[in-house]
Ligand binder design. Sequence first.
Ligand SMILES: [Zn+2]
Ligand SMILES: [Zn+2]
Length: 193
Amino acid sequence: MDKSKPKLEPLEITCTSTDCASNLHCFKFHKKKMTADKKGACRSCGIKLVDWNRVHKRNIKDIAYTFKSLKYELIRHHNWHIDIDLRAMNHARRKGKKLMRIAAEKRIRSSVAPANPPRDGTQTPREGNIIYYAQHGTACCCRKCIEYWHDIPQGRELNVDEIQYFTDLILDYIRDRLPDLKEEGVYVPKIKS
Ligand SMILES: [Zn+2]
Ligand SMILES: [Zn+2]
């Protein structure tokens, strides 16, 4: 083996990854490296792409703009485009849209609605349920992302309207990613191991 060539590691995408040349950024505020006037700009290249006042209104009727803005961020963009794993896909098909809505609300309540959710920042897995993909894609994966994307301070419980809003975002994400998903669940045979 040729040891002089470094092995290409698979790209590990984290919340703070950027690929600014591809117009994929990270808008998370960097307290140590950024001055207050840079808040909302990309932490790597400084570009300002998002009208934060508009996104922070959390208006479901303006969801197209919110989704467009989310996709400027590398971690969100990644979660809007990666393949949904088979287990998650089958789970969604078995439930159908109606039950997915109930599951999404339940997940928001348990993972991010408490004032101080346990393991905040790492509580949302990467795969196994389309709701997880949706949470990363719409920035309701943890209270840190909720704070800068949706303007809800950490350290207090989410209210009913906020829980409803995030449930709506998740359902719209699912509609976008699985446009053929039925209202009611369908029979999907188990994956043979
Ligand atoms: Zn950038
Ligand atoms: Zn997060």
